[in-house]
Ligand binder design. Structure first.
Ligand SMILES: Nc1ncnc2c1ncn2[C@@H]1O[C@H](C[S@+](CC[C@H]([NH3+])C(=O)[O-])CC(=O)[O-])[C@@H](O)[C@H]1O
Ligand SMILES: O=C(O)C(=O)Cc1ccccc1
Length: 264
């Protein structure tokens, strides 16, 4: 039987149908010198994703587990919880573990077929109390309605900046009064000196987690055009513009932040 920790790391080797899921596969994607191409959430990334994200995002397990707890506080009976850019469903699984409200459903969305397929395996193995439906589609095509919680855990940063405002309008419109957006992002600091510091501290974190200088620099190149970070002020201005009244930044470590954004 599969066992997952709260971040989706697989702690036992198992078979589901004819799919064999490896035990905590190590991310070595950028370990050899290569002609670096744009970062994509393909099969090779999906296979190592729990290890990659855990070693790359400071506080990831705390963030995921706390998102689950915050969802439980805000989940309204008979409502929808959306996990946009769910990857392997870590936040959905945490939410399903903690939610006590009746008749909620979790909609876990990802446009990467490799991620969505693997997410489905995790969901089946986990046997969530609150049902989780995995949908392979682009956030742009998803209707958001009767939502009490919308989770975007490190997903908005992969949406082209000019498309972000429309997504935020859609989320605001689809949230019920009193609902929340749980937004985590890699953040740029608004001074050059401060930005250099948080980037350097993040790289030091990755080094301590076993990534080499080559891995750090090749991944940085791969992410350059696909992951476009903004400052906290830019996020705050856009959230305020679409109508959110309260932005609570509850987690920060270096250039990573997580917010509860409340629709009053
Ligand atoms: N337009 C889009 N539509 C749908 N999905 C998308 C889109 N763009 C990117 N994605 C998906 O967003 C996810 C971002 S990872 C989220 C981690 C997860 N939330 C976690 O809690 O473990 C963050 C990271 O790897 O830093 C990937 O799975 C993409 O396929
Ligand atoms: O690895 C990095 O440098 C990051 O910024 C985080 C990350 C984690 C997983 C996929 C893409 C980016």
């Amino acid at each position: 039987m599969l066992e997952l920790d709260c971040t989706g790391r697989i702690t036992r080797y198992f078979y589901l149908g004819h799919h064999a899921i490896m035990q905590d596969v190590k991310d070595t994607i950028y370990s050899q010198p290569q002609q670096v191409s744009e970062f994509r959430f393909d099969q090779s990334v999906a296979e190592v994703f729990p290890d990659m994200i855990q070693r790359s995002v400071p506080g990831y397990s705390t963030i995921v587990d706390t998102i689950g707890q915050i969802c439980a506080r805000y989940a309204q009976p008979d409502s929808n919880i959306y996990d946009l850019g769910c990857s392997l469903g870590a936040a959905s699984l945490a939410a399903s573990k903690y939610i006590q409200s009746d008749n909620c459903q979790i909609l876990a969305i990802d446009n990467s077929p490799a991620m969505a397929q693997r997410c489905e395996l995790h969901v089946q193995a986990f046997k969530a109390a609150t049902p989780i439906s995995v949908i392979c589609d682009d956030i742009q095509n998803i209707d958001i309605k009767n939502a009490s919680c919308v989770v975007m855990n490190f997903t908005l940063q992969f949406i082209p900046p000019e498309q972000r405002i429309d997504i935020m309008h859609k989320i605001y419109a689809g949230l019920n009064p009193g609902g929340v957006l749980l937004l985590s992002e890699k953040i740029s600091h608004d001074t050059e000196q401060g930005n250099d510091l948080v980037i350097d501290l993040h790289h030091e974190f990755k080094r301590r987690n076993g990534y080499s200088e080559l891995e750090i620099s090749q991944k940085r190149t791969a992410l350059e055009d696909v992951m476009r970070t903004e400052t906290f002020e830019q996020h705050k201005d856009r959230l305020t513009l679409v109508g959110f009244t309260d932005i609570v930044r509850w987690f920060t470590c270096f250039n990573f932040a997580s917010m509860v954004v409340i629709k009053g």
